[in-house]
Design a protein around this ligand. Structure first.
Ligand SMILES: Nc1ncnc2c1ncn2[C@@H]1O[C@H](COP(=O)(O)OP(=O)(O)OP(=O)(O)O)[C@@H](O)[C@H]1O
Length: 307
């Protein structure tokens, strides 16, 4: 799947006047996907509201791409799924007018020049903003005469992202969008996504393994493991629910009696314990407390995944 294929399927049609704003952007009930030997989505339930930036985070093979493909109508599945008020199985073309998708593998023809790619998308996509695309490209080393075959892997992704992010879609689906990009560009990409793309009318769903780099822009997080959503929470309530405590050895037994969901040893006999839903006042008597980063929460939640 690439921007050009998506653009073709989104060719100039009249805007849809249907009121979908009051409904969730995505509503999944009992979503199941069974590949030949594998249950990739196991009766999953979730919903996503307008104006959210949702991180769908899980280990390899957890079902992230499968969930995104179901939302985009790219695979058959069982259960109920509504995306922007449409059923992706039967209303895919209609849905694609309002959805933009960046796959983990960017595919652009090798012969195409930057300026030709821009011309093409501008010609086929009514919601493409050329000036915006050029602003994105101004932050890269890409020049208008450069051909895809002359670009590095990361530069191809940069071109692809610039083309797609300049399309004004209601729902943007990003599957590992920064794979192959260096850290400078990754940081810049998420910053631009926030500053130049996102507004309260839009919704973004993003999968990535680089949790630390996106946690500051997320409004919500969904952890997926073995085809099931195991954590589904707004970011601000994560801090209310999960607390990390730096416990000294003389308090370790008392802390363990409160059933931490994870612990890891530090030098000098201290232990970091992670608690779920234990009152903060109680925990602060055991040691210094802080909100865990998403990466630590992820590791704690996914322990034993590859066992
Ligand atoms: N076309 C397919 N045929 C058979 N099994 C598949 C197919 N696509 C995915 N699977 C299996 O379904 C499970 C979920 O795969 P999926 O690609 O959704 O995981 P993911 O969370 O996106 O993983 P990753 O982080 O590695 O990209 C995996 O066990 C995978 O092997």
């Amino acid at each position: 799947m690439n921007v050009i294929a998506e653009s073709l399927s989104a060719e100039s049609r009249a805007p849809d006047s249907r009121a979908t704003e009051s409904r969730p952007v995505v509503l999944a009930r009992g979503l199941r996907k069974h590949y030949k030997n594998k249950l990739a989505l196991d009766g999953t339930n979730f919903q996503i509201a307008t104006g959210r930036i949702v991180g769908l985070i899980g280990p390899n093979g957890a079902g992230k791409t499968t969930a995104l493909k179901a939302m985009l109508g790219l695979i058959p599945f069982e259960g109920d799924l509504s995306v922007l008020g449409r059923d992706p199985r039967t209303q895919r073309d209609d849905l694609m007018r309002d959805v933009c998708f960046i796959a983990d593998v960017a595919v652009l023809p090798r012969w195409i020049k930057v300026k030709e790619a821009i011309e093409f998308v501008a010609g086929v996509h009514p919601r493409f903003d050329r000036a915006k695309c050029e602003r994105f490209l101004a932050n890269t080393q890409l020049t208008s005469e450069l051909r895809v075959r002359e670009m590095s892997k990361g530069m191809i992704v940069q071109l692809h992202l610039a083309l797609v992010m300049a399309i004004d879609a209601k729902l943007l689906v990003l599957d590992e969008p920064t794979l192959g990009l260096d850290i400078l560009y990754r940081k810049q990409f998420y910053q631009r996504l926030l500053e130049d793309y996102f507004d309260e009318e839009k919704t973004i769903i993003v999968t990535t393994h680089q949790v630390e780099e996106i946690e500051h822009i997320l409004t919500d997080v969904m952890f997926i493991r073995d085809g099931k959503i195991v954590i589904d929470s707004p970011m601000d309530t994560i801090a209310d629910r999960y607390v990390e405590v730096l416990v000294a050895s003389d308090k370790a037994a008392e802390a363990r009696s409160l059933k931490p969901i994870d612990e890891r040893a530090l030098p000098f006999g201290k232990t970091v314990m992670l608690f779920d839903g234990v009152e903060k006042g109680r925990l602060s008597t055991l040691g210094e407390t802080r909100t865990p980063g998403l990466a630590d929460l992820f590791v704690a939640t996914m322990k034993g995944t590859y066992a």
